[in-house]
Write a protein of this length. Structure first.
Ligand code: C2E
Ligand code: MG
Ligand code: MG
Length: 569
């Protein structure tokens, strides 16, 4: 900021400020420049630090020569003050032979170079100055790179956080608010994939330019990576004004972009969060704006959402559950219940599915619907899932030790987040070893929607699990959109037909036909079928008629604690 206020002293001429109280030395400096410099050098000489600083605030210099012993300041303190007045101007320290050590410290403290009086000639001085200028320029470039997005030149997250922090600190003295607008392009990935990365990059640059054009002076825009742009507006007098800015941003981006001669339309989802007082935290504000942006996406995109009390309540509620879940895991409030899976042909026990329950100290026994989603969102699912796996494997080992002649297969659910964890295979191997459970009896269930997200990556993880000797099941089959190829390619042994199809069987012939198709398809691919949610005798009969291998549902038994299962367990 300060440097912009300074006047330029003229092009082509090197402007040097010599802060030096010894007139003889100052004269010498001038002489040396005259004899050695290639271009014109204008040396301005002041003999006090205070005068030097006021000159630096007024005009732009290319370099400062600073004597370390001045009448009004000495040593590193003088350097500090100079650097505060003009961070972007290189400084060369002049020292006597006696304080060369101090000069060296000055270089560590940010001076670009030092020269010892009496050991300098013109060539050395000129070289030192041009080197100092180059070095300062490189430093400034690095500093810029660390705080800006390479592609668009906009500030990055770090710089934005800093500016937001400053804006919030200023807030207390004013009667206005600060708004953060989180903008995310809709379907950017599709554009990027179809037109190529180069076109995608150009689009992002154009978006940055348009965003910048809409902002008022004092506002700033940043790119957080990908297609996420965040805008900071100060002096906002309420939600309505923030909304108007969001509308202006969206309007600016709604005109077509020209990429490779093609018109490309982009829509933007905007989340708005307002800081109500000085106590607002920069991180929290960005998080709120991000959450609001997600709401806008959920509504179909192309709209804005203001982070409001309802969202705040949900966020607080989520935090509550998160906290309580941590405690629940520590205090072993989680229980595992088991639901029998029965061979349809004979009615004999095939295995059980482990289903987690939370014995809440106040609310009683809670089902997974109440907490699994939050556990997933917050990442607690890793600990939760591990605990369930350990308990289930220990149970499996106990049953097997008790009745080795009757194998009971143990199914455990894995969530999407768990599958993405790089240590998953190692963790499962470790649990199997510690609990001495038989890998051949363990089956891991993965929901269909999870699997289809990234076939390649998923394939690797599933292969790793298979190598442990584990069985794999695709859960809730029919609810996602998996292709036959995916089912054929991935190493699943079992297909679990979603409850909704089983329930629909006696209602419509069409649903019946789907179940029949899934069963024969699975068999054709060499996979076993398990029907979920079997509640009625008619369903048992139909499924048996269709050749379904295993049934699971209230008709046979509800999930129960291990001691109450029956089936001779
Ligand atoms: P899921 O894996 O599809 O489990 C079957 C769900 O259907 C269970 O619900 C079970 O109680 C219920 N169910 C079984 N038979 C019937 C029936 O005849 N009729 C009806 N209406 N429902 C039946 P639950 O225990 O509430 O679990 C719900 C979901 O939570 C599970 O669906 C699974 O996706 C998830 N889940 C449960 N335990 C875990 C766990 O340890 N880890 C993870 N990641 N997810 C789990
Ligand atoms: Mg399951
Ligand atoms: Mg299921």
């Amino acid at each position: 900021m300060r440097s912009e206020a300074r006047t330029d002293l003229g092009e082509g001429v090197l402007h040097v400020l010599a802060v030096e109280d010894n007139p003889g030395d100052a004269l010498l400096v001038r002489k040396m420049f005259d004899e050695a410099a290639e271009g014109p050098v204008l040396v301005e000489h002041v003999n006090r630090l205070a005068t030097g600083i006021s000159r630096l605030l007024d005009a732009r210099y290319d370099c400062v020569l600073l004597d370390l012993s001045l009448p009004d300041a000495t040593g590193l303190d003088a350097l500090d003050q100079i650097r505060t007045a003009a961070v972007d101007v290189p400084v060369i320290v002049l020292s006597g032979r006696a304080d060369e050590e101090l000069a060296r410290r000055a270089v560590q403290d940010g001076a670009q170079d030092y020269l010892v009086k009496g050991q300098v000639d013109g060539r050395l001085l000129v070289r030192s100055v041009s080197y100092a200028i180059e070095r300062k320029r490189a430093e400034a470039q690095l500093a810029h790179q660390a705080l800006h997005d390479q592609l668009t030149g906009l500030p990055n997250r770090a710089l934005f956080l800093d500016r937001l922090g400053q804006a919030l600190a200023r807030l207390g003295r004013r009667d206005t608010s600060v708004a953060v607008l989180f903008c995310d392009l809709d379907r950017f990935k599709v554009i990027n994939d179809s037109l190529g990365h180069a076109a995608g990059d150009r689009l992002l640059v154009d978006v940055a330019t348009r965003l910048f054009g809409v902002l008022r002076t004092g506002d700033s825009a940043a790119r957080f990576g990908g297609d996420e742009f965040v805008v900071l507006c100060e002096e906002i007098d309420g939600e309505q004004q923030a909304i108007r800015i969001a509308e202006r941003l969206s309007a600016a981006l709604s005109a077509p972009f020209l990429l490779d001669g093609e018109e490309v339309y982009v829509r933007t989802s905007v989340g708005i969060a307002l800081a109500l007082d000085q106590n607002a935290h920069a991180d929290a504000l960005i998080r709120d704006a991000d959450a609001a942006m997600y709401r806008a996406k959920e509504r179909g995109g192309g709209v804005y959402e203001v982070f409001d009390d309802a969202m705040r309540e949900r966020a607080v509620e989520r935090q509550h559950v998160e906290h309580a879940l941590h405690r629940a895991i520590d205090r072993h409030e989680l229980e595992v219940h088991y639901q029998p899976q029965v061979r349809m042909a004979t009615g004999a026990l095939y295995g059980v599915e482990a289903l987690v329950r939370w014995r809440h100290p106040e609310r009683g026994l809670l089902g997974p619907a109440e907490f699994i989603a939050t556990a997933e969102e917050t990442g607690i699912i890793h600990q939760l899932g591990l605990q369930v796996l350990e308990v289930a494997c220990a149970q499996s080992a106990t049953w097997q030790a008790r009745r080795p002649e009757v194998p009971v297969r143990m199914s455990v659910n894995l969530s999407a987040r768990q599958l993405q964890h790089p240590e998953l295979v190692a963790t499962v191997a470790d649990v199997l070893e510690r609990t001495r459970a038989d890998p051949g009896l363990l089956c891991l269930e993965v929901t269909e929607t999870t699997v289809m997200e990234d076939l390649g990556a998923m394939g690797k993880v599933l292969d790793g699990l298979k190598e442990l000797g584990i069985t794999l099941a695709v859960d809730d089959f029919g609810t996602g959109y998996s292709s036959l190829r995916a089912l054929q390619r991935l190493p699943f042994d079992i297909v679990k037909i979603d409850r909704s199809f089983v329930a629909g069987m006696h209602r419509s012939e069409q649903e019946s036909a789907i179940v029949a198709a899934v069963i024969s398809l699975s068999h054709a691919l060499g996979k076993r079928t398990v029907a979920e949610g079997v509640e009625l005798v008619e369903q048992v009969e139909r499924l048996r008629g269709l050749g379904c291998d295993v049934g699971q549902g209230y008709h046979y038994a509800r999930p129960k604690p291990p001691g109450e299962l029956g089936y001779g367990l």
